[in-house]
Design a protein. Structure first.
Lengths: 450, 296
């Protein structure tokens, strides 16, 4: 089920009534069943995979906690990682690795959200192994943690240490939480339905036939994609976090104005925070982090970013995107002295990020090359850019969004108390923006494919 | 007051704010829409005294450059064509034009728009409030969205038409035409393709022709040039079909322009191409003669 579908609009009030009219374990059952319905709307068969993943990590978590023999515990954690990565590897990467090596290609459907829930359950067993997380002994609570619908299919990756304790207590309805949650949801819908979905067709035609577009058009297409993916994913995250907040849960934040970053290390602290912190804690630091000297740090950074790229999809273009970001981070560490002003750094980081997005969006290296050489050819004029009014509409909305984001850098405004009346006006304005600028084509969220 | 009661009051206030703001903003924006110089705003505002009216899809837009027609003929031209405008929509637009404006002397129809179907119907909601005919077409193709349009008045303004109307607030849109040329990378001759008209759209063309003839308005069916790299393989057959169904002659100029610099892409001319094409039409007596010359 998509957040931007009529089915979800019908599902949500029914779920809310059931959720707030129950307590304790009945409420957990409501959440579990609702989450499975939410997931089954896409393909009911994969609910079994989801439940299998939950059951395996539930059992392994308890075994890991009970076991005192380190060698056996190591074996158990290897089993957990192997099962999780095995699921991910088969459904997501089988055709990529085995298919490329042997020419055998299977018709495999990628289960929606697998990259997210596998990382969530895997981090749980790793934490139990490290004894930083107690094993959850309540199967209902653990399964609800795995399948909880607001963050099931496209994150944020909310770890066990944050979510399980919140599932252990009954949340009372809070007016303040509802109002602030709806504010987040409204801003998420504006990002997704009004901005990202309006941009989508403009980007699609440019990447489908780069040779048919002039340099300006392609350049604008790349900029637009940078905001499409940001608004699409941060929009989804806002809706998920807002929904959770209405229900009484706190997910933290997943995006923090990433295009205002003046360095790549800052960018990765602001972009898809739940994934970048996951990669930091479960990959970069175990690889040695920054503790083993310069070259080892560079190696850890590159491996982390390469695998981070591969996580996004089974294509070398994603790996190259990760490699580019790894290179940016390494170069930044090698030359740490800031010699350019912050505003210029922000522009530089944004443009290098856009350059990397070309490979992320392109379906092949030749497609990316066509886009880049098309931009470099300097052919055509700005006046001949097609769909100019749709482009201008998107540009205006992006400018307004960036103005809101920039305003949040002013400390006085960032910490200002927002009254319910102000929130009401904001949500109302969001509804008008969606009505007049929204694209109601029911587009998937981009991160569903990851 | 309990949290639940405050939440209910807040939600009711939110719903009222959304509906009130929606209706108020929409009322203001509709006034803005109808003040625009965009072709359909002008149509529904009325008072246009065009002598030559042009109807077609994007090929109608980029083949019949209204300023050039006026320069060549000294007659007032008004191009009502739009990208993906099908004959069924053109029929409604034409009837609305005749309701709101004095009748033109001549209507030029680019009949290859009969291969277009409902792509533009989603845009119709913008002017559905001014035209029961467009409202009916929109409701027929998008029943759920049409119902949403009745509840939320801002939604009909969520369209390319509205953005165009904003752009053309202070200046005419009649000079809208391609200026670019086909990129060299796309100039190699392509495969063949056929003009495949929809029967319902051909019927609409026939109705338009009959209506104009009944009202004593001259009608010209003209197939504008295609780029020679990828012309339709059945243009003559298509012209014959349209002639049979409409009982009106078709002026077939499919291969009239060979210069690739006159085209923006395989199916659309640019300003240079349109001017060259209109000169050919004038030379052939198109704007004066009731019948095409013998070679047609």
């Amino acid at each position: 089920m998509l957040f931007n579908s009529l089915a979800f609009l019908a599902f949500l009030p029914i779920f809310m009534i059931a959720y707030w009219s129950t307590k304790g374990r009945v409420r957990l059952w409501v959440m579990l069943v609702a989450s499975l319905v939410f997931y089954a709307w896409w393909d009911w068969r994969f609910c079994f995979l989801l439940l299998f993943s939950a059951l395996v990590d539930y059992s392994l978590g308890i075994l890991l906690e009970n076991e005192r023999d380190d060698a056996l515990r190591r074996r158990l954690i290897i089993i957990s990682v192997a099962v999780n990565l095995g699921l991910l590897g088969f459904f997501k990467y089988f055709n990529f690795f085995v298919g490329q090596a042997t020419g055998i290609a299977l018709r495999i459907v990628l289960p929606v959200g697998i990259s997210f829930y596998v990382f969530k359950t895997m981090s749980y067993t790793i934490d139990v192994y490290r004894r930083t997380q107690a094993a959850e002994r309540d199967l209902l609570r653990f399964t609800t943690f795995v399948v909880f619908f607001p963050e099931l299919v496209a994150g944020p990756i909310v770890r066990a240490s944050r979510l399980l304790p919140q599932l252990a207590r009954d949340h009372r309805f809070s007016y303040a939480r509802m109002v602030s949650g709806l504010t987040l949801i409204a801003s998420g819908y504006v990002r997704k339905v009004a901005i990202a979905d309006s941009i989508a067709p403009l980007v699609d035609i440019r990447f489908a036939h780069p040779e048919a577009h002039n340099s300006w058009s392609l350049l604008i297409g790349v900029y637009l994609y940078a905001f499409q993916i940001y608004c699409d994913f941060s929009g989804y995250s806002s809706i998920a976090i807002g929904l959770a907040r209405v229900l009484g849960f706190d997910f933290g934040i997943n995006f923090d104005r990433p295009y205002f970053s003046s360095s790549f290390s800052e960018f990765w602290k602001r972009w898809h925070i739940s994934l970048s912190s996951w990669l930091r804690d479960y990959l970069y630091i175990p690889l040695g982090g920054s503790r083993g000297g310069t070259w080892r740090t560079y190696r850890s950074l590159m491996i982390t970013m390469l695998l981070g790229g591969l996580w996004h999809g089974a294509n070398w273009t994603f790996v190259f995107w990760g490699a580019l970001h790894g290179t940016y981070l390494v170069v930044e560490r090698a030359f740490p002295r800031r010699i350019i002003p912050r505003a210029l750094s922000i522009l530089l980081v944004f443009h290098l990020t856009c350059f990397a997005w070309v490979f992320f969006r392109a379906h092949s290296f030749s497609n990316a090359w066509e886009v880049l050489t098309g931009i470099a050819s300097m052919r055509g004029s700005l006046a001949d850019v097609e769909n100019r009014w749709r482009t201008l509409k998107c540009a205006v909305m992006i400018a307004v969004m960036l103005a809101f984001e920039a305003a949040a850098f002013v400390p006085k405004w960032r910490t200002a108390e927002v009254s319910p009346a102000m929130r009401l006006a904001f949500v109302g304005a969001c509804a008008w923006v969606v009505l007049i600028f929204g694209t109601f084509s029911g587009n998937n969220f981009i991160y569903f494919q990851f | 007051m309990s949290d639940a009661r405050r939440a209910v009051i807040w939600l009711v206030a939110l719903a009222a704010t959304i509906v009130a703001g929606d209706h108020l903003l929409a009322a203001v924006l509709r006034k803005v829409l109808l003040r625009s110089q965009f072709r359909y705003s002008r149509l529904y505002r009325g008072g246009n005294r065009a002598e030559i009216l042009i109807l077609g899809d994007s090929r109608g837009v980029h083949s019949f450059y209204a300023p050039a027609i006026e320069e060549l003929t000294g007659l007032r031209a008004f191009n009502l064509s739009y990208n993906s405008l099908s004959p069924r929509i053109a029929e409604a637009v034409l009837l609305d034009y005749l309701d709101h404006n004095p009748p033109p002397r001549m209507v030029v129809l680019e009949p290859t728009c009969a291969i277009v179907t409902g792509a533009l119907t989603a845009e119709l909601r913008t002017y559905a409030g001014s035209s029961p005919r467009l409202a009916a077409l929109y409701a027929e193709s998008h029943p759920a969205a049409a119902a949403a349009s009745r509840a939320f008045w801002l939604y009909p303004l969520n369209s390319e038409f509205f953005l165009e109307a904003l752009h053309y607030m202070r200046r005419t849109d009649q000079d809208w035409i391609h200026h670019d040329v086909i990129p060299h990378a796309r100039r190699a001759p392509g495969g063949t393709w056929r003009l495949a008209p929809y029967p319902g759209q051909v019927d609409a063309l026939a109705r338009i022709v009959r209506l104009l003839q009944r009202r004593g308005i001259e009608v010209r069916l003209v197939i504008a040039p295609y780029a020679p790299i990828k012309p339709p393989s059945n243009a003559a057959e298509f012209a014959g079909l349209i002639e049979r169904r409409t009982a009106a002659p078709v002026w077939n100029y499919v291969g009239a322009i060979a210069d690739l610099d006159a085209f923006a892409d395989a199916v659309h001319m640019n300003e240079r191409g349109s001017r060259a094409f209109l000169r050919i039409l004038a030379r052939d007596g198109f704007f004066g003669m009731a019948q095409p010359p013998a070679r047609f």
